[in-house]
Design a protein around this ligand. Structure first.
Ligand code: B3K
Ligand code: ZN
Length: 872
């Protein structure tokens, strides 16, 4: 298998001046005629071959400037079409290929989803539509003509503006779309189908009216309204926060049911996985609404960060993804609650990115090699990428950051550029040297920051030592120190902030310590009492922290820190430590549990905190988070038991009180997905979870909540909590849910997820039966991920069983899925990255399952690469 290296990057010898595509879509095949106007670059020597990418294409004809090419003039193989000696001037290359979209189960290129023709081209799907220089640094204007049978495809959409449409005879009609903006092929899109739609409009800051449309299966129009509302809010926000105005006269979104990812930012024609568009209270949860808002915003924001300014090559993926995730996080923070959103994002980082960064699949946010680029659309590129941008924002301050992004848009509009160029913009606009900072992009692994402190009462000095270390990651034995911004404060014995007269020994700017060497010791003079340090406020850097703070200090912070993130984090750390220690054999003391309980109850009863925040505060860390904290030789059964024991000990004496709070939180009146209502529901569901895991009152409450539910948020939580704890009522609730919502595929996903999280010993057998049912939609990514992805990622007790049953269930499923859709297969396989953290017997069982997969089957490049990296 061939590895692609960043160091080998070179521009193409030929430029594509313009692209004209003509799609003739018929029921059983699609013919694509492509006219590429091409010219050599100045430095290209005459006779240099032109190598175009192609994947699973069948070439019907080829001509240059209208003259068919003789056989000796070109070579085509499985992955390319080479013109041996193209003209050394501008010329038009015309090719014709025939596609079979219905047979395209990889869902890359042109495919059919429930009858609709649609495309997915990022990163390398366009080469499955026509021969092309399929790489992001080749930018061209596209004109697309499409024709299709009017009866099956009354709607014909592509990028840009509609310039012509009409009848094409014999039941066919046509449309011509033109995109005036230069774009790379990965942003190409086309949709043809029988779709319903909702329309609206948005007037931009310069007064231009933009027509907005969301297209969907007939009958689902009402379920697109929240997405439309989110889109309009996103457009307004990007003008306010980043000065970015939309640039075309139309913006369309299409919802499809078969989609490998969440959504795609094609210029002027976003295509979405329908789970991120459709919402109504009876079938979508508050979390679904939240996700829709976020992803609609994310794809819209790509219009500037991704489309107007794109990536030079796929190693630079983080350039558009990290920045765009940062932008969508900021959007949600402004639209909802900033602290709640920050906690949410950090929780996500800790449960998915930290495990990636600390395991066999670790890679830098800007990798320098890959076998299969689809394997690099990772949480490291996206979420760690966003954290890096956030650190830049922290270092530069709000005004400085806006100045930098303004310069970025001004300097690079229309470019396919790099991380280096991005950093340079921040350097030029701020005058700061960011060369050491850029190591964040180039080095893998989560830094571990160790903190120790000391107070000397006699001299009233406080010393704080911070040191950083990154464990080796695959291919990187030694690590460089990073620039780590530490937002901090000192808290006095009465809980109020403490000042100092002078600080020495390192760089401190206002409330920011810059840790940019292996270790720094700061001495604060004039400190009247022994303080408790509050470090990494707002999670100012994506690091793990170990410190000499004990349970008492943590609970002090949980009460007194003025930083809401750190108050939450202190409770999390306190709980994680107790569970981890117990799982390793060191029991907690009664006093420790009493103190933690009191802190939780005080948080719950604090009238100044909103319910959404309280819900996060009482959320006892998941098994996977505790397992990560332990780090090696983990026994998930012991972790699960310790967690249950802790929750039981915490809940016991206050079960009645918790239940009363639970009842008091019932939301009356019509459902609204807004942050306030959603917050109350999430707190209520959090309490239900505690009561179910930690007392005998929960199971029945859950049954009742399920039956009385007036919306999916309540009903789903009741079922999922019952399944996870495998309560006596769980089988009945799962059974009811399945029949109650039979026929709704997105609700079926919820059932699959809840089923996969059951911790009883029957779970694998039940999943096998589900998967083997003749009507299970085995080509749909959402269904497969809901069942298998949820199991491998969130059910460590059963997935990592020492008898290997869980591992084999997944590897056997992967063999079949890989033949249909390698991207989905390799994504599910990444669940095995947990192996190095497990105790010996489980690790061995996991490795055996992987080895059997490798030895006994011919696998895709996608799966092969992940497999080799985990086994390495
Ligand atoms: N840019 C797309 C991702 C496409 C992934 C292809 N494997 C969605 C997004 O990040 O917005
Ligand atoms: Zn994105």
């Amino acid at each position: 298998e061939q590895t692609i290296y960043l160091k080998d990057y070179a521009p193409t010898p030929y430029r594509i001046v313009s692209v004209e595509l003509d799609f003739k879509i018929l029921e059983d095949s699609t013919r694509v005629r492509t006219q590429l106007t091409i010219e050599p670059r100045e430095q290209t020597a005459p006779g240099t071959p032109l190598v175009l990418d192609g994947d699973e294409l069948k070439l019907d004809s080829i001509a240059v400037d209208g003259a068919p090419l003789v056989l000796s003039a070109y070579v085509s193989d499985a992955n390319s079409l080479t013109l041996m000696e193209p003209p050394h001037r501008r010329f038009v290359l015309e090719t014709e290929v025939t596609l079979n979209p219905a047979a395209n189960t990889k869902l890359m290129g042109l495919y059919r989803s429930s009858g609709t023709w649609c495309t997915q081209c990022e990163p390398e799907g366009f080469r499955r539509i026509t021969y092309y220089l399929d790489r992001p640094d080749v930018l061209a204007p596209f004109k697309v003509r499409m024709s299709a049978p009017r009866a099956v495809a009354p709607v014909l959409l592509a990028n840009g503006n509609l310039v012509e449409s009409g009848d094409a005879g014999e039941g066919m009609h046509f449309a011509v779309w033109e995109d005036p903006f230069l774009k790379p092929a990965y942003l190409f899109a086309l949709v043809a189908g029988d779709l319903g739609s909702i329309t609206d409009s948005f007037t931009t800051m310069s007064g231009r009216k933009v027509d907005l449309g969301i297209y969907c299966t007939h009958g689902k129009e009402d379920e697109c309204l929240y997405a439309m509302d989110s889109l309009k809010r996103s457009m307004a926000w990007d003008e306010r926060r980043f000065g970015r105005e939309y640039d075309l006269d139309v913006f369309n979104i299409v919802a499809v049911s078969d989609f490998n990812f969440g959504a795609m930012e094609n210029k002027g024609l976003n295509i979405f996985n329908d789970r991120l568009v459709f919402a109504k209270p009876e079938t979508a949860t508050d979390a679904n609404y939240h996700g829709i808002e976020r992803v609609i915003a994310h794809e819209y924001f790509h219009n500037w960060t991704g489309n107007r300014i794109t990536c030079r090559d796929w190693f630079q993926l983080c350039l558009k993804e990290g920045l765009t995730v940062f932008r969508d996080q900021e959007f949600t923070s402004d639209e909802r609650s900033r602290p709640v959103q920050r906690i949410h994002d950090v929780q996500n980082l800790r449960t998915s990115q930290f495990p990636e960064d600390g395991g066999p699949l670790a890679h830098p946010p800007r990798p320098d090699q890959y076998r299969e680029i689809n394997n690099f659309y990772t949480t490291t590129v996206y979420e760690k990428g966003a954290e890096i941008v956030r650190m830049l924002a922290t270092l530069l301050g709000e005004a400085g950051f806006r100045k930098a992004t303004d310069l970025y848009f001004e300097r690079h509009d229309g470019d396919a550029t790099t991380i280096e160029a991005f950093i340079k913009v921040f350097e030029d606009s701020s005058g700061r040297d960011l060369s050491q900072f850029s190591t964040w992009y180039l080095q893998a692994g989560t830094p571990q920051v160790n903190v120790s402190d000391n107070y000397d009462a006699a001299s009233q000095t406080y010393t704080l030592t911070l040191s950083q270390k990154v464990e080796p990651t695959p291919g990187e034995a030694t690590k460089k120190p990073l620039v780590i911004p530490v937002r901090f404060g000192l808290i006095g014995p009465n809980g109020s902030p403490m000042g100092w007269s002078k600080v020495s020994g390192g760089t401190v700017e206002d409330d920011l310590i810059l840790l940019d060497t292996e270790s720094v010791t700061l001495t604060f003079a004039g400190v009247a009492n022994k303080p408790v340090p509050s470090l990494f406020r707002g999670f100012s850097a994506p690091v793990k922290v170990t410190s000499n703070l004990g349970q008492e200090d943590l609970l002090f912070l949980a009460r007194h820190d003025s930083d809401p993130f750190n108050r939450w984090d202190a409770l999390q750390t306190a709980a994680t430590t107790l569970i981890a220690n117990a799982a390793l054999g060191t029991a907690w003391s009664a006093g420790e549990v009493d103190a933690l309980r009191q802190a939780l109850v005080d948080t719950l009863e604090n009238p100044d905190l909103d319910p959404a925040y309280k819900a996060q505060a009482i959320d006892i860390p998941a098994d996977t988070v505790v397992g990560r904290h332990i780090g090696k030789d983990v026994n998930p059964d012991a972790v699960a038991a310790a967690r249950k024991d802790l929750v039981t000990a915490l809940v016991g004496p206050v079960a009645e009180k918790l239940e009363a709070i639970y009842h008091g939180l019932a939301v009356s009146g019509p459902y609204s997905p807004d942050a306030a209502q959603a917050g109350s529901r999430s707190l209520r569901n959090g309490l239900l979870g505690l009561l179910t895991t930690g007392s005998d009152r929960g199971a029945e409450l859950a049954d009742r909540q399920y039956n009385d539910a007036t919306n999916m948020t309540e009903r789903y939580a009741a079922m999922a909590i019952s399944a996870r704890n495998w309560t006596p009522g769980a089988p009945a609730l799962l059974g009811d849910f399945r029949t109650r919502f039979a026929g709704d595929p997105l609700v079926f996903d919820k059932w699959l997820t809840a089923s996969a999280q059951a911790t009883d010993d029957g779970v694998i057998e039940r999943m096998r039966a589900t998967l083997a049912a003749p009507d299970f939609p085995r080509t749909n990514p959402n269904r497969l991920r809901s069942l298998l992805g949820s199991f491998a990622m969130t059910n460590p007790v059963q997935f990592t069983r020492a008898d290997g049953l869980g591992f084999r269930f997944i590897t056997e499923a992967i063999v079949d899925i890989d033949k249909v859709n390698p991207q989905v297969a390799s994504r599910i396989l990444t669940g095995f990255r947990i192996l190095p953290t497990l105790e010996q017997s489980r690790r061995t069982a996991g490795i055996e399952a992987l080895q059997a997969l490798k030895d006994q089957h011919k696998l895709s490049r996608n799966v092969g690469e992940i497999l080799d990296r985990i086994l390495a």
